[in-house]
Design a protein around this ligand. Structure first.
Ligand SMILES: Cc1cc2nc3c(=O)[nH]c(=O)nc-3n(C[C@H](O)[C@H](O)[C@H](O)COP(=O)(O)OP(=O)(O)OC[C@H]3O[C@@H](n4cnc5c(N)ncnc54)[C@H](O)[C@@H]3O)c2cc1C
Ligand code: SF4
Length: 328
C-alpha cells in the first residue's frame, strides 16, 4: 500500500479543512470497511486519510418534526433505534439487513451512502475501465449478471447503498458541508448518473462531507422495504425496493417507489407511483404497479433474470406497505 498521512479531525470544520479539492488526493475515513479495502486493492491511493468519526452520530428529532441522523451513526444504531423503527420502518429494516452484525456495528450512515460501486471490474486493479479514466466498460461484453437493468449509462454499475433506498422513499435530504459552507440536498438529487459524474456517484465535491440525513415528518405514511438476496447474510441484495404510501381515507394521495441495485442510482419507479396515486391498493392494483415498475428495463446480456426479481421485490414491498397479505 502507498504510504499515506493520517489526519484525526476533531470536528466537522477540521475535517473539511483537511480535505483537498482534487479528486482522490484525500479521502474521508469513517468505519473504514470500504475505503481501506479499496486502498489494499490499489484502486484508491490517497495521500491522506481524514478520520471523520468525530462527525455527529446522534439520531434525534429534527426541528421540522422529522428525524435527523448524524453521518457517524452506525448502521446498528439506525436498525435498533425505536423512533426510526416506529416512524421509518423501511429504513430500520434496510439497516438491519446490511451484511452481518460486525458490518452493522462498524459501518456508518455516511460511509454507507458514500461507499463505492461493487462492480468487479472497478474493484480489480487490472481493469482500467471508464470509471477509472479508461476507454471501456468491461461489463458490456463481460460478466454483467449483477449490473444495471435501468439507466442505459456508459457505466453500468448499480448503486450499492441499502440505506439510500428507503431514505429516498421517505423524501429524505442530506446535509452537506464544504469549504463554502453548508447546504441541504434532496435525496432525489444527491446521487448522480455516470454521465453527470463518472468518477464519483454523488453531487459531493472531493472536499465536501455528508454530515446528516434528514427525514421529514411522515404522517399517514405506510411504508415497507423488501430485499431479494442470493444468501440471507453477508452480501448485497440482488434487488431491493422501498415503498412509502401517503394514505388518506383509504386512498393513496402520494406514493414513492424506489428500487435499489437496479441502476447506477437508487431508481425511482415513477410509472408505478402514477398507477398508485388516487387509488385504493387492491391486490390487482399492486400487481399493476409492480408491472409498471419494470417497464422500460434494459437488461444486459447476463442479467435479464433481475427484471422479474425487481417486479417481485416491488410487489412484495407494496403489499406489505398497504397491509395486504403476502402473495406467497
Ligand atoms: C461483506 C459485506 C457486506 C455488505 N453488505 C451491504 C449491504 O447489503 N448493503 C449496504 O448498503 N452495504 C453493505 N456493505 C457495505 C457496508 O455497509 C459499507 O461498506 C459501509 O457502510 C461503509 O461504511 P464505513 O463507515 O465503513 O465507510 P468507509 O469505508 O469509511 O467509507 C466509505 C466511503 O465513503 C467515504 N466517506 C465516509 N464518510 C463520509 C462522509 N461523512 N462524507 C463523505 N464521504 C464519506 C469514504 O471516503 C469512502 O469513500 C457490506 C460490506 C461488506 C464488507
Ligand atoms: S460498469 Fe462502470 S465500473 Fe464497471 S466496468 Fe463498466 S465502467 Fe467500470
Amino acid at each position: 500500500m502507498k504510504p499515506f498521512a493520517y489526519v484525526d479531525a476533531r470536528n466537522e470544520a477540521e475535517a473539511v479543512a483537511s480535505l483537498a479539492p482534487q479528486r482522490g488526493r484525500t479521502l474521508p475515513l469513517a468505519g473504514g470497511m470500504d475505503v481501506l479495502a479499496l486502498m489494499k486493492d490499489y484502486i484508491l491511493q490517497p495521500d491522506a486519510l481524514v478520520n471523520v468519526k468525530a462527525l455527529d452520530g446522534a439520531i434525534a428529532p429534527d426541528a421540522g418534526g422529522g428525524v435527523r441522523i448524524g453521518a457517524s451513526a452506525r448502521l446498528a444504531d439506525v436498525a435498533g433505534h425505536p423512533e426510526v423503527a416506529k416512524r421509518f420502518p423501511a429504513l430500520a429494516r434496510a439497516a438491519a439487513e446490511v451484511g452481518t452484525p460486525q458490518i452493522r456495528n462498524a459501518g456508518t450512515v455516511g460511509g454507507n451512502l458514500m461507499q463505492r460501486p461493487r462492480c468487479w471490474y472497478f474493484r480489480n486493479e487490472e481493469f482500467h475501465c471508464l470509471k477509472k479514466g479508461g476507454a471501456t466498460c468491461f461489463a458490456v461484453d463481460g460478466e454483467n449478471q449483477y449490473h444495471a437493468i435501468f439507466g442505459d449509462a456508459p457505466c453500468h454499475i448499480v448503486h450499492p447503498s441499502s440505506l439510500a433506498v428507503p431514505i429516498l422513499a421517505y423524501a429524505g435530504r442530506m446535509r452537506v458541508v464544504g469549504p463554502d459552507g453548508e447546504r441541504e440536498v434532496e435525496g432525489d438529487r444527491f446521487f448522480l448518473m455516470p454521465d453527470r459524474n463518472m468518477y464519483g456517484e454523488t453531487v459531493l465535491e472531493p472536499n465536501e462531507l455528508v454530515t446528516h440525513v434528514i427525514l421529514p415528518p411522515a404522517p399517514n405514511v405506510h411504508s415497507a422495504h423488501y430485499e431479494v438476496k442470493f444468501k440471507q447474510s453477508h452480501d448485497w441484495p440482488i434487488v431491493m425496493a422501498s415503498v412509502a404510501l401517503t394514505v388518506e381515507g383509504g386512498v393513496v394521495r402520494n406514493a414513492r417507489v424506489i428500487m435499489g441495485a437496479v441502476a447506477p442510482v437508487p431508481w425511482r419507479a415513477r410509472a408505478a407511483e402514477a398507477v398508485l396515486k388516487g387509488q385504493r391498493v387492491t391486490p390487482e392494483l399492486a400487481s399493476a404497479a409492480a408491472d409498471a415498475a419494470v417497464e422500460g428495463a434494459q437488461p444486459m446480456s447476463g442479467n435479464a433474470y433481475k427484471v422479474r426479481i425487481a417486479r417481485t421485490t416491488v410487489h412484495r414491498a407494496l403489499r406489505q406497505a398497504a397491509g395486504l397479505p403476502p402473495d406467497v
